[in-house]
Design a protein around this ligand. Structure first.
Ligand SMILES: [Zn+2]
Length: 272
């Protein structure tokens, strides 16, 4: 392995990373790199059956359970209200919090939601995307949030930004996760409340559509494992087709602001 790198993920909710990049994070860690996770919200809106208090407690357990499956080195929960991130943490505040964490963790790679992808309906995803992208782009400028420098933190340059999206655009990096798909699925299973939510929500949509779905009435959202595994594999198979492997995860990626083009005959290494 080349130099050990540090990967920092900024997510809005405690299952974003597993859905979008769980295989890639498992692969980074398996190759000897280190991954840290920052979750911006307290995850207390995503259930049709639990109270907000019950859900917050469940999701706190789930995020740590999934991090353990993947081998994440640290989990930081900022605890802003789910669905209200942009209201409770205005953009400059959230960007400052993310920049502080970047200057503490000093990552080589930042992974987050893509701020430029269209059709993202979740306000928390959009808020995290913009704040993380801007924080990672300017954390090496000492005059940004100078109070952090006065407190003793050093500016830090983030070389790589990797973006995931529900509808990815301009994908320029597919990670072969064929050997990591089972770990990704196992990590998702730890988010039991969200797997139940995913199936419950699908039932709502199916019922509302007026179409006929065989077995819909008897479908128990708590019996989610086979359906989730099939869906995750179908998505990863689609991405895998693009690079001729069984399963992959797609990213839009920027590395060192494109300076590679001024280094004739040389190429940046691929870590995963
Ligand atoms: Zn989310």
């Amino acid at each position: 392995m080349a130099r050990k790198k540090t990967v920092l993920v900024f997510e809005a909710h405690g299952d974003d990373m597993e859905f979008m990049a769980g295989g890639t994070i498992a692969k980074f860690i398996d190759r000897g790199h280190e991954a840290h996770l920052v979750c911006a919200t307290d995850n207390d809106k995503g259930s049709f059956e639990l109270s907000a208090d019950e859900l917050r407690a469940a999701r706190d357990r789930e995020i740590h359970g999934a991090a353990k499956v993947l081998g994440i080195a640290s989990v930081t929960c900022l605890g802003y209200p789910d669905g209200e991130l942009a209201d409770k943490a205005p953009h400059p505040v959230l960007r400052g919090e993310f920049m502080r964490i970047i200057r503490q963790v000093r990552p080589d790679v930042v992974l987050t939601w893509d701020p430029f992808t269209p059709y993202e309906n979740h306000p928390d995803h959009r808020a995290v995307a913009w704040a993380a992208h801007e924080a990672a782009s300017f954390s090496h400028f000492p005059l940004y949030y100078p109070e952090q420098i006065d407190e003793g933190l050093a500016p830090h340059y983030v070389g790589e930004q990797w973006f995931f999206a529900k509808e990815p655009r301009d994908v320029n990096k597919y990670v072969d996760v064929t050997d990591y798909i089972d770990r990704k699925i196992e990590a998702l299973y730890q988010h039991e409340s969200q797997m139940v939510l995913t199936l419950s929500n699908a039932k709502h949509a199916m019922r509302a559509s007026g179409l006929q779905f065989p077995g819909l009435d008897s479908l128990d959202p708590h019996d989610f494992k086979a359906i989730i595994a099939a869906e995750i594999k179908a998505m990863a198979r689609e991405a895998g087709r693009q690079i001729g492997v069984l399963y992959a995860e797609p990213f839009r990626r920027t590395r060192f602001e494109g300076v590679e083009r001024f280094a004739p005959g040389q190429a940046l290494e691929e870590d995963v």
